[in-house]
Write a protein that binds this ligand. Structure first.
Ligand SMILES: Nc1ncnc2c1ncn2[C@@H]1O[C@H](COP(=O)(O)OP(=O)(O)O)[C@@H](O)[C@H]1O
Ligand SMILES: [Mg+2]
Length: 269
């Protein structure tokens, strides 16, 4: 069964899209996993970062959520071997239309159900707000990756995000939902970045991933030229960090699978 991972933070510019697209492409290309990336953000940046011309986007995630009997293959765009995408785009009144639907928080979960055995990973990029589409992503997820930048207001809004996640866990009986924190845009030379990292560590404790994504201009250049970092610059620190992140996550899942087999699941993260 495919593992559904959401990149979340109610704050913009923390690197959610950067993480979603690079994680998806490294899982797919380097580790030969079958990956579906889905954009829940109406700004549609995920498609741009994967080289899709926004003018060629027709079937969006929003339309999928509004479609009661979707033909999934109409929505899924093939990007590369092992990597598919459902893009998103801005339309008027999206939030109002979504929030007036019955079962509005479970729309994505039910759309993904028949897809889960077709993919190893389904990676969701979410908007910088706690709105209906973000809640849909949380409800559909096995795992939340909170992407945190090292700026002035890095910790701003994290309490509210954690509270929303607790509500989702309670209301939708998602007691297995895994939460992890990832520090992005880190510059070891900056005192503030080191302080933010320590603060994030104190806040998240064992939920922190060991890998940190350093600030690396190649990641921005890659995204703006429509390429994941592994196609843009394999010598960059960005490529190194994302490969390390993918490896760290895959190792965690392997350990978990082994522990489940041996009946010691509770001891594995
Ligand atoms: N580690 C990084 N190093 C350098 N630039 C980054 C890094 N992560 C993200 N960026 C850049 O910061 C901006 C915001 O990142 P993005 O992934 O779009 O954030 P979000 O999706 O959370 O709004 C983009 O221009 C992106 O290229
Ligand atoms: Mg984004």
């Amino acid at each position: 069964m495919g593992r559904v991972i959401s990149c979340c933070n109610a704050k913009g510019g923390t690197g959610k899209t950067t993480v979603a697209l690079n994680l998806a492409s490294i899982f797919a290309s380097h580790f030969r996993k079958k990956v579906l990336a889905i954009d829940l953000d109406p700004q549609g940046n995920l498609a741009v970062g994967l080289g899709v011309d926004p003018r060629e986007i027709r079937k969006t995630t929003f339309r999928l959520l509004m479609d009661d009997a979707p033909d999934m293959d109409q929505y899924i765009q093939k990007i590369k071997p092992n990597l598919d995408l459902i893009p998103n785009a801005l339309e008027p009144n999206m939030e109002a239309m979504l929030s007036s639907r019955r079962n509005r928080e479970r729309l994505l979960e039910s759309r993904l159900q028949p897809l889960k055995d077709r993919y190893d990973f389904i990676i969701l990029d979410t908007p910088p707000a706690l709105e209906t589409s973000t809640i849909n992503a949380m409800v559909a997820s096995d795992e939340i990756l909170i992407v945190i930048d090292c700026g002035y207001y890095a910790l701003y809004g994290l309490n509210q995000l954690m509270e929303t996640l607790s509500e989702v866990q309670r209301e939708f009986q998602k007691y297995d939902l895994v939460i992890r924190a990832l520090v992005n845009l880190f510059d070891q030379r900056q005192k503030m970045d080191r302080e933010v990292r320590e603060e994030v560590e104190r806040f998240f404790e064992s939920l922190m991933l060991e890998t940190v994504i350093h600030k690396n201009v190649k990641l921005t250049e890659a995204a703006s030229s429509g390429k994941p970092i592994l196609e843009y610059d394999k010598k960059s620190s960005g490529y190194f960090d994302f490969t390390r992140l993918s490896k760290e996550l895959l190792d965690i899942y392997d350990r978990k699978r082994k522990a489940e087999k041996e009946g010691t699941a509770s001891r594995a993260r």
